[in-house]
Design a protein around this ligand. Structure first.
Ligand SMILES: [Mg+2]
Length: 296
């Protein structure tokens, strides 16, 4: 793609104008151990707070994660009701954040890239801000698209938040019925023809649902055709590809279907995608000030 610059010369216009980054296990490596700890905390929450039999936890969390994107989303679908903030603080509150160290290499890479840069995570805002601060990257992004962005809690009281999102998804987050029937998903998949019964729907919007990705793009005013999406999750990469994003799988150099690029580490970005630096704009893009989640 070429266009004429102000001196009438042909200049190469970059293929992208936005970089969209997953956070966990993408901007820092899996070996930091946070993912393992998250998984254990989710299982503990299911036993301690929801009273689920510990013998069922492994099967249940696997099935929910597989079918609903996140275990939390699946728990809501099969009938459990709980406070989202309480869940997030239980799951993220005890993480080994001390394993996340400032990453000046990544910081310099990000600051040298003259594009819009945003975070897109299924995690909540508290976790995202804390992890980014630990990594020393808090001012490298325009904003964070997080759990609360896609799942705003609409209270009955009048909100003084003027950033009213035109919201097309389900907004129901409260359930007054505490004796809701729980759908037995383990038994469901033990049946000879589980596909004959439709699984209950979840009110939670999260990756890898294409709807969630499209909603995130819409809220942040991102054109998928001009955006590069960084992720460690193969299924999120493939969903991103289906909605028109170019994709970079992070954490392995083995490319999979749906991934345009694959990097062992985000630190290899310059070698793997050199064209990101090959355009006519030379500037540092930093975002001083407090990181906010994207609300409009
Ligand atoms: Mg991730």
């Amino acid at each position: 793609m070429a266009y004429e610059d102000r001196f009438g010369q042909q200049a190469q216009r970059s293929k992208y104008d936005c970089l969209l980054f997953d956070l966990d296990d993408t901007l820092y490596p899996l070996r930091a151990g946070l993912a393992k700890s998250v998984l254990q905390n989710i299982k503990d929450y299911m036993v301690e707070k929801l009273g689920i039999d510990s013998s069922k936890i492994d099967d249940l969390s696997n099935l929910l994660y597989k079918n609903y994107g996140t275990t939390m989303s699946g728990l809501r679908a099969i009938g459990y009701d709980f406070d989202y903030d309480e869940y997030h603080s239980f799951v993220h509150g005890r993480l080994p954040y001390e394993n996340l160290k400032p990453d000046p290499i990544l910081r310099n890479l990000l600051l040298s890239l003259p594009y819009r840069k945003l975070i897109f995570t299924n995690a909540d805002k508290v976790h995202a801000v804390k992890a980014l601060s630990r990594l020393g990257l808090e001012d490298c992004f325009e904003g964070i698209i997080c759990f609360e962005t896609l799942n705003p809690i609409h209270k009955n009281s009048v909100s003084d938040d003027e950033d009213d999102i035109e919201f097309v998804g389900s907004t129901s987050t409260s359930n007054s019925a505490s004796n809701t029937q729980i759908f037995d998903i383990i038994n469901h998949f033990a049946q000879p023809n589980p596909s004959l019964v439709v699984l209950p729907k979840t009110p939670i919007i999260c990756k890898p649902s294409e709807f969630a990705i499209e909603l995130a793009l819409k809220i942040a005013n991102i054109n998928p055709q001009r955006t590069l999406f960084f992720e460690d999750s193969v299924r999120n990469i493939q969903a991103g590809k289906r909605v028109g994003l170019d994709t970079v799988l992070v954490g392995t150099s083995q490319r999979v279907k749906g991934a345009d690029y694959a990097l062992e580490s985000i630190h290899n970005l310059r070698e793997a995608v050199p064209e990101l630096w090959e355009n006519d704009i030379k500037s540092e893009v930093a975002y001083p000030g407090k990181l906010t989640s994207v609300t409009a």
